[in-house]
Design a protein around this ligand. Structure first.
Ligand SMILES: [Zn+2]
Length: 295
């Protein structure tokens, strides 16, 4: 009898044996959303992110495993504003039935340029005020599918929101240390419009809102002329973009390479920006290092 019971117990999943409820399976389209989910969901959630560390969410080739994760998910979190165009098709093809949280719901969208045409700028997370909207949407989404843990999610979200406020103060203080005339840089693609508008900083980019366009020789020549004319102090690399274009622009314009910014993805655990707060802190430190003159 004892051995029969032991045999039955072995067949059960570990969580059922220990009487621990199954974790809520959630899928995030990319790493920044996964970090917000981790902060709010804590140990109640099991997170699968589709576009991982240093990955490019504008262009992504989903695998059959990604479709399976979506099918098994209880909640799906996306950025929206056209960032993950591939996601709608993937959700439909996977047969997923989970509710979809659009993390940018309620964000005031900015317009930008894409191949000479106006387009919606999806990079809303680069403003911390917007990140707080993402967190509120994610908390509501989690509480809707798991109402029993809504207090748990709220407590964690509130703590995280307070840390985001502290990070925003740090970013503003960092910008204030940079001389006004130096608050201008070049980045590969136009990922920092929300950051620039929120904190008073100008970003110039040869590639538009999405990372997949190729700038023409004429665009690059125009940009180099602009850097020289306006004496833009530095060009920056991006973790998701090929550094060669920026290296060339730096060489031809005389603007130095200031450092590397995290735009559309976090780093892995070994890198300098494994969380959203690390990313924002890293970026402001890189800007300060390059743009505050050393006496
Ligand atoms: Zn982007």
């Amino acid at each position: 009898m004892k051995s029969l019971l032991a045999a039955v117990l072995l067949l059960l999943p570990l969580s059922a044996r220990a009487g621990v409820p199954e974790k809520l399976r959630v899928v995030a389209s990319f790493s920044i959303l996964a970090d917000f989910l981790r902060e709010v969901g804590g140990d109640k959630v099991e997170i699968k992110m589709l576009v991982g560390a240093n990955g490019d969410a504008h262009v992504f080739q989903p695998s059959p495993t990604d479709a399976q994760s979506l099918k098994k998910a209880r909640l799906i979190v996306v950025n929206g504003l056209g960032l993950e165009g591939w996601m709608t098709r993937l959700i439909a093809a996977s047969g997923a039935t989970a509710p979809v949280v659009v993390a940018t719901k309620g964000v005031i969208a900015r317009e930008g340029e894409e191949d000479g045409k106006k387009g919606v700028d999806p990079h809303a997370w680069q403003s911390i005020a917007n990140a707080k909207i993402y967190v509120a949407n994610i908390r509501e989404g989690l509480a809707a599918v798991d109402p029993a843990d809504s207090d748990y999610f709220k407590t964690r979200a509130d703590k995280f929101l307070a840390r985001l406020d502290a990070t925003e103060r740090q970013v503003r203080a960092g910008i204030a240390e940079i001389p006004e005339n130096n608050r201008r840089i070049v980045t590969t693609h136009d990922a920092f419009g929300y950051f620039g508008a929120a904190y008073g900083f100008q970003f110039i980019a040869p590639i538009g809102l999405s990372s997949d366009a190729e700038p023409s020789a004429r665009d690059i020549a125009k940009l180099i002329a602009q850097i020289r004319r306006e004496r833009v102090p530095a060009v920056f690399l991006e973790n998701i973009s090929d550094p060669r274009l920026m290296t060339r622009i730096s060489q031809e314009s005389g603007a130095k390479i200031g450092g590397s910014l995290f735009s559309d993805a976090l780093s892995s655990g070994e890198g300098p920006a494994p969380t959203y707060i690390d990313m924002m802190t890293h970026n402001i430190e890189e800007l300060k290092r390059a743009l505050i003159p050393h006496s």
